[in-house]
Ligand binder design. Structure first.
Ligand SMILES: [Zn+2]
Length: 83
């Protein structure tokens, strides 16, 4: 007489990486969309509110959040350079 063992199914929360971001140029919330083309290793960054747009080469392991971070760094550096 075997008792059925209750199997404990643990649902592991899958960390979801953000795919939309706030625009550092116009400040639009979640207005930055990034398209990654892994075949040609290019990411296209586009703001739906202002006309901000950038194309960046990416490394295969990079995610949208990395692309955005790099772009942001570049913008900040460029802004500092202008001062
Ligand atoms: Zn914008």
């Amino acid at each position: 007489m075997g008792r059925k063992r209750k199997r404990i199914v643990r649902t592991r929360p899958i960390p979801t990486l953000p795919t939309v971001f706030d625009c550092p140029i116009c400040g639009g919330a979640n207005s930055i969309h990034i398209d990654i083309d892994r075949k040609i290793r290019i990411a296209v960054i586009q703001c739906g509110k202002c006309s901000a747009q950038a194309t960046r080469p990416i490394r295969p392991i990079e995610e949208k959040v990395d692309v955005f971070g790099d772009w942001l760094d570049e913008l900040l550096e460029a802004a500092e350079g202008n001062n």
